[in-house]
Design a protein. Structure first.
Length: 522
């Protein structure tokens, strides 16, 4: 898919009157006040950033704006008129559309059918749905927005996650046109959490392109993205609006973090003073490892208590290499994966887990957790089918082990029996860490371990990583977050076109810049 270049719209507000405005919104759940007298507004022609730690009230506010949460107090105005929205359907008819983090599309339907999902009555007559009419009208919108390479008649499932995110925005514009709404409100709810940097750039280009058509509210845990895309920023903390930054040009991630949590982290965020380096004892190695179309002739080693970072652009082979190492070399064409001097036999994850290797995948919801299971069940997964000849998880022992990890990792959950889907992203990620610390894993392969978590949760995960290395755990850290990679690692190996092309020492007193890493990556 391509988006034809268009003239960038300047970030200054294009209209004096807010397109959407929330005044004095409050919402209580029992004794918890999720929102406390919060006000905000967004104009056509601007992207408004919304930031805060988990539990700050961002999701509740988006729910109020999109009609899925009913406020206890306050007013909503659209185009200066008071709007009462009971449900997402009513919000849509007011021109308010929400782009969800996990997407609200149906893969086995066509693109055109997804574009007009919920508006089928506009294409129905005498009980007959005019699917061709949907396809034609969707094609017109794609053409008007300069989007090429998307076939409205094709199944949605053939397109990538990033392309589907763009399709969701096109859907907002198309449905607004269908409802004779000149300027929609588009709520972008963590839309980049599963995207690579290249995909983020593509997505941001499209958001900027349609800026003149809509008022957009952008929620993200990634501070650098929020500063890159937003014109103004609202900061929420404990359900209250604690700051509004009208001009982000002089705002830094450090200052924004200080507004969120009341402190400036700087290098303290990565606990660089606790960086201890290599003990000299090699624990995990790959020797001339090759997998066709993924990586070629890769050799590297991780020593006891060391963090080795693995950098590279999408397609460099870094994630494929990490997965192959956790699979004990299964499916590779040549080379070896060596653990504590022993060549692994290619027995897959079961062999790796038995030998003390843990893995955190890049997409938590797709591979890391089972949402319909409890916190304790998710923690005990490595014990099922991997440890022992006939592993049986005893319910009492499972609960006690989970309770220990909940306390040790400070996981915020009502009980170990709580569904993991009810936890915040940061706490879900800590559950996955607890899965491996509970079984005493001595080697961890972490692929973007702070993906989709807020800054406060990141800081806790970084402290946990430092504590693990202090206890002698060896870590291979794969990350698209270059400050994270540089701040945590003792060494960084750079992959390009499936090969390790550079190894850079990153001692606490001489950290390389992001530009230095990027120069080797591209």
């Amino acid at each position: 898919m391509t988006v034809e270049p268009g003239q960038a719209v300047q970030p200054e507000r294009q209209y004096s009157e807010p397109l959407i405005e929330a005044r004095g919104i409050s919402k209580r759940y029992g004794v918890v006040k999720a929102l406390d007298d919060v006000s905000m507004e967004a104009h056509v022609g601007e992207v408004v950033g919304l930031i805060g730690e988990n539990g700050a009230g961002k999701s509740t506010l988006l729910g109020v704006l999109s009609g899925t949460v009913e406020a206890d107090q306050g007013d909503m105005l659209v185009s200066g008129q008071r709007a009462v929205m009971h449900g997402y359907s009513q919000a849509t008819h007011h021109g308010v559309f929400r782009i969800y983090q996990h997407q609200a599309l149906i893969p086995n339907m066509t693109v055109g059918e997804n574009v007009f999902l919920g508006q089928e009555n506009k294409f129905s007559k005498a009980g007959w749905l005019n699917r061709r009419g949907m396809t034609r009208r969707a094609a017109v919108t794609f053409d008007e927005l300069g989007v090429r390479g998307i076939d409205p008649a094709a199944s949605l499932g053939r397109y990538s996650f990033a392309e589907r995110q763009v399709i969701e925005i096109v859907r907002s514009i198309a449905q607004a046109d269908l409802l004779a709404i000149e300027h929609p409100v588009i709520l972008l709810d963590e839309p980049t959490s599963a995207l690579s940097r290249e995909q983020v750039d593509f997505f941001f280009d499209f958001v900027r392109r349609i800026r003149h058509r809509a008022a957009q509210v952008f929620v993200s845990h990634r501070l650098e993205e929020l500063l890159e895309l937003s014109d103004r920023v609202y900061v929420l903390k404990d359900g209250k609006s604690v700051a509004t930054v009208e001009d982000v040009s002089g705002l830094t991630e450090s200052k924004l973090h200080a507004l969120m949590v009341g402190r400036i982290p700087e290098d303290v965020l990565y606990d660089e003073h606790r960086q201890q380096g290599s003990s000299g004892e090699s624990v995990l190695e790959v020797k001339t490892l090759t997998a066709s179309g993924q990586f070629h002739d890769v050799s590297l080693a991780v020593h006891r208590g060391e963090i080795v970072g693995l950098a590279g652009v999408v397609g460099s082979g870094k994630s494929s290499l990490g997965r192959s190492m956790f699979e004990a070399g299964r499916g590779v064409e040549s080379g070896q994966v060596v653990l504590n001097g022993q060549v692994m036999s290619g027995g897959g994850p079961r062999e790796a887990v038995r030998l003390g290797v843990g893995y955190i995948p890049p997409e938590r919801h797709a591979e890391g957790i089972i949402e319909v299971l409890s916190v304790s069940h998710n923690m005990s997964l490595p014990r099922v089918g991997s440890l022992g000849r006939n592993p049986v998880v005893h319910p009492g022992k499972e609960r006690r082990s989970a309770d220990e990890q909940i306390a040790a990792l400070r996981i915020k959950t009502p009980t170990a029996a709580t569904l993991i889907s009810d936890l915040s992203g940061g706490n879900q990620q800590k559950v996955i860490f607890g899965r491996w610390t509970a079984v005493g894993s001595r080697v961890l392969i972490l692929d973007n371990p702070t993906n989709g978590v807020d800054v406060g949760a990141k800081a806790e995960i970084y402290k946990l990583i430092r504590q693990l290395t202090a206890d002698g755990v060896s870590i291979l850290l794969i990350s698209d977050d270059l400050p994270e990679l540089i701040g945590l690692s003792d060494r960084v190996c750079v992959m390009k076109d499936g090969r390790v092309t550079q190894e850079i020492d990153t001692p606490p007193t001489a950290k390389p810049s992001e530009a230095e890493l990027v120069a080797h990556m591209v």
